[in-house]
Unconditional design. Structure first.
Length: 192
């Protein structure tokens, strides 16, 4: 039996993976999600936890981290350098461009399903939503387009992720980062 172990930078990503993985994996695949409290916490787990988990038969590991303002390739290289030769199973590193909230903006119908006052058709044609991975602060865009959050100083990320994630369509998303993660998971699970 295969067990996919997912290491995330933030707790809000846990809701996302809990929602999309049942749509993605077969019955003979289990999964565990390990949310962390930021980049440093995740990096500590990469050093301490992953070597042990990677020795469990049937393990596959997915590591996700936000790009934020860093260079994607540099972020991925630093993660691979940290895990180095200390991983004993197939693994995948995916960088979320720019933040997890980009994946939500990539599926405006999911946002609308969670927050019915959002009109996805009026937003889809706008230039900024054509390539959501280039939006530098996607969490601020969600604050602007979700009427329930207008006037708030910060996005309630856990609440937002819990509400939107369950509506995400794994086959139709404008975020290339999301799509690369989905295809990467499929390939990772095919490895014998």
């Amino acid at each position: 039996m295969i067990c996919l172990h997912i290491f995330t930078e933030e707790p809000s990503a846990k809701y996302l993976f809990e929602a999309i993985l049942p749509k993605l994996v077969s019955e003979d695949v289990t999964f565990r999600i390990y949310p962390h409290q930021g980049k440093q916490d995740l990096e500590n787990a990469l050093r301490k936890t992953i070597p042990t988990i990677s020795k469990i038969p049937g393990s596959r590991i997915l590591i996700t981290r936000d790009q934020d303002s860093a260079d994607c390739k540099d972020v991925k290289s630093s993660i691979i350098e940290i895990i180095g030769g200390h991983i004993s199973c197939p693994y995948l590193v995916r960088i979320v461009c720019k933040e997890l909230e980009s994946w939500f903006l990539g599926d405006l119908h999911a946002v609308s399903s969670a927050y019915p006052r959002v009109n996805p058709d009026s937003l889809r044609g706008k230039a900024e939503f054509r390539n959501v991975d280039k939006i530098t602060t996607p969490h601020r865009h969600l604050l602007k387009i979700i009427p329930e959050y207008l006037g708030r100083g910060s996005l309630p990320k856990l609440e937002c992720s819990e509400n939107i994630s369950k509506h995400l369509n794994i086959n139709e998303n404008r975020s290339n980062s999301f799509n690369q993660t989905i295809s990467g998971i499929r390939k990772l699970l095919e490895i014998k």
